[in-house]
Design a protein around this ligand. Structure first.
Ligand code: C2E
Ligand code: CA
Ligand code: CA
Length: 566
């Protein structure tokens, strides 16, 4: 048996060792004279027992017990307290603090010490098992045994707490989902397969979450997710679509390939419902409606949400076909040098011709951004714009630049840099002539990953300029002007159209001054009047874009425009 003796008195330590030696008990000893040293020895090594002196100069033995109680060791050990004093209260305090036995030093005999050690070890094992079974029972009451998710009881509690502490202007979404035809799966393959399927589903869904959602199994094949502190309805529909996405591939359970699906019902707080019970009731009603329509459906309890969701869903489905059907085209808005009154470049703006109507990007880009569609659409726009620039150059307009908008979601496209490089080679265009516009909200997104930030740097290394779009609408913080390799800032049209207001005028003035001092180039967009151009001139800003100079034009008009202004 390996025993650690913690006692500041060397003679007492010797006495203990000799007593055990006399009793013919085979022990090895390690010893130390203070609580702190004892604790660090316990942290690095497994002992079978600790003999702990009560009274020591810096910290007493009880303090060691308390520290161990608050920060338990993975290799916990039985502890026998030794004290010079025979006091019942002290003995009780030591036992309460976690010791398994208490001995008075002056009365120790070999057999008594040995008995105490054996008893302490037995008691320690019993206590350990008691704690484990308590923990097990607690887990049973809070977690679902099959999947390890929260159970209904703890989910209900968490829901109430979330509602009480909800900050203003934030929402809670409750997403309920339930496996389609689960009964059929259970009946066909048996309950063990059904259970395994549920476990696999949970694993896949967990893999698709961001980690801040509360995920619970409410019972059977019904699951709930709570998203708290969200600001947009779309956050919930995105999660719902991601959940459904995890069902696309069949599940393999005991050599059976099972194609499963789920129906989803969603409700929001505070929208029409005022309590946590209503939130779940409404999500339940939405789930019922989803099931009624058929398999693999998503329903919102709130009517307006449902309308918006169905509309977006339809757009998303159409978007998937739009590329193949060649329904996109780019228009080009000239950017002028107002000193020479000549065009120095263009911004490519995407348009979607759908059933004889032209859709503008605000109507479909946000939807494309929520799925991977934006990656293909974005690549298409880049290639198209680069080829257009190549064409204009071949017509003699060598100094033109082309600006292309890049969505935040496109930065997760790992092949983006390679793709752009390929287009530049194919059309023989220099990277320096391409400017990639990204919004500050995109660059600053709380979801932006190291990888996405890295892509911005890679694009810059490739030689493309990086422009910060819509400056003045978000945080407009100087810190990320330094964090990212930004060559140009585009001052947003929402500021420009109000330039006559004295406050805005001052603000634009200050922004321009600040950007100049950082050596960052400037484009002012949204110039709608002659007086605005004059204002830009007074600021010393050369590059201006806006309806006053030219609206975005169809590619067939470009050469004509350039004949006068190129
Ligand atoms: P943006 O980058 O701020 O683009 C400029 C928008 O301002 C364009 O709207 C343009 O038509 C409009 N505009 C230009 N001059 C004026 C003006 O004087 N007054 C006013 N009120 N507006 C002006 P558009 O084409 O509807 O594009 C909207 C947004 O969609 C763009 O905003 C851009 O963020 C995004 N977008 C456009 N094309 C693409 C694309 O190919 N890919 C991506 N990811 N986003 C795109
Ligand atoms: Ca832009
Ligand atoms: Ca802009």
């Amino acid at each position: 048996m390996n025993i650690l003796i913690i006692d500041d008195n060397e003679i007492d330590r010797e006495v203990v060792k000799r007593t055990l030696f006399k009793a013919n008990i085979a022990c090895s000893f390690e010893e130390t004279n203070s609580v702190d040293k004892g604790l660090s020895m316990l942290r690095c090594k497994q002992f079978d027992l600790v003999l702990l002196d009560y009274l020591m100069p810096e910290k007493d033995g009880i303090e060691l017990l308390i520290e161990l109680k608050n920060d338990p060791l993975p290799n916990a050990t039985a502890i026998v307290m030794l004290s010079e004093f025979e006091q019942e209260k002290l003995a009780i305090d030591c036992l309460n603090a976690g010791a398994q036995d208490f001995l008075v030093k002056s009365k120790i005999t070999a057999s008594q010490l040995w008995r105490s050690i054996v008893h302490a070890k037995v008691r320690f094992e019993l206590e350990k098992r008691l704690v484990e079974s308590y923990q097990y029972a607690k887990n049973l009451s809070e977690y679902d045994a099959l999947t390890g998710l929260l159970n209904r009881l703890s989910f209900d509690k968490a829901r109430q707490i979330a509602i009480t502490g909800l900050p203003r202007k934030k929402m809670i979404a409750l997403v309920l989902f339930d496996i389609d035809n689960f009964k059929f799966i259970n009946d066909t393959y048996g309950h063990l397969v059904g259970d395994e399927l549920l476990k696999q589903i949970v694993r896949r869904v967990q893999g698709s979450l961001r980690g801040y959602e509360l995920f619970a199994r409410l019972g059977g094949d019904e699951f709930a997710l709570m998203l708290s502190n969200i600001e947009r309805f779309d956050d919930a529909s995105m999660i719902a679509q991601r959940i459904q996405g995890t069902f696309i591939k069949p599940f393999i359970v005991e050599n059976n390939s099972i194609q499963s699906s789920c129906s989803i019902g969603i409700s929001f707080y505070p929208y029409g419902n005022n309590s946590s019970e209503e939130l779940i009731k409404y999500a339940d009603i939405a789930l019922y409606r989803a099931k009624k329509i058929g398999k693999s459906q998503i329903c919102f309890f709130e009517e307006s949400m449902q309308v918006k969701f169905v509309k977006n869903f339809k757009v998303e489905q159409d978007l998937k076909l739009a590329l193949a059907n060649q329904e996109f085209h780019l228009e080009y808005q000239p950017i002028y040098n107002i000193n020479t009154n000549l065009i120095c470049g263009f911004e490519a703006l995407i348009r979607w011709s759908k059933n004889q109507t032209i859709l503008y990007p605000d109507e479909f880009i946000p939807i494309a951004e929520q799925s991977n569609i934006i990656i293909e659409v974005g690549r298409w726009a880049l290639k198209e714009a680069i080829s257009q620039l190549s064409f204009l150059k071949s017509e003699g307009y060598q100094n033109l630049k082309m600006a292309v908008n890049i969505s935040f979601a496109q930065l997760s496209d790992l092949g983006l840099v390679e793709f752009i490089n390929g287009c530049l080679q194919e059309f023989n265009v220099n990277a320096e002539d391409i400017e990639l516009e990204m919004t500050e909200t995109a660059l600053l997104s709380e979801y932006s990953t190291v990888n996405q930030c890295e892509v911005v740097h890679d694009l810059n290394r490739l030689g493309c300029s990086i422009a910060l779009d819509d400056f003045g609408t978000g945080y407009s913080s100087v810190s990320y002007l330094q964090k990212f390799p930004i060559d140009r800032v585009k001052i947003d049209k929402s500021l420009t159209v109000n330039f006559e207001k004295s406050q805005t005028k001052k603000l634009i003035h200050a922004l321009v001054k600040m950007l100049c001092s950082l050596n960052i180039k400037i484009t002012i967009e949204g110039a709608e009047s002659k007086s605005c151009i004059d204002f830009c001139q007074s600021l010393g800003v050369q590059n201006v874009q806006g309806f006053y100079l030219s609206k975005p034009v169809h590619p067939t008009m470009l050469l004509e425009l350039l004949k006068d202004k190129g």
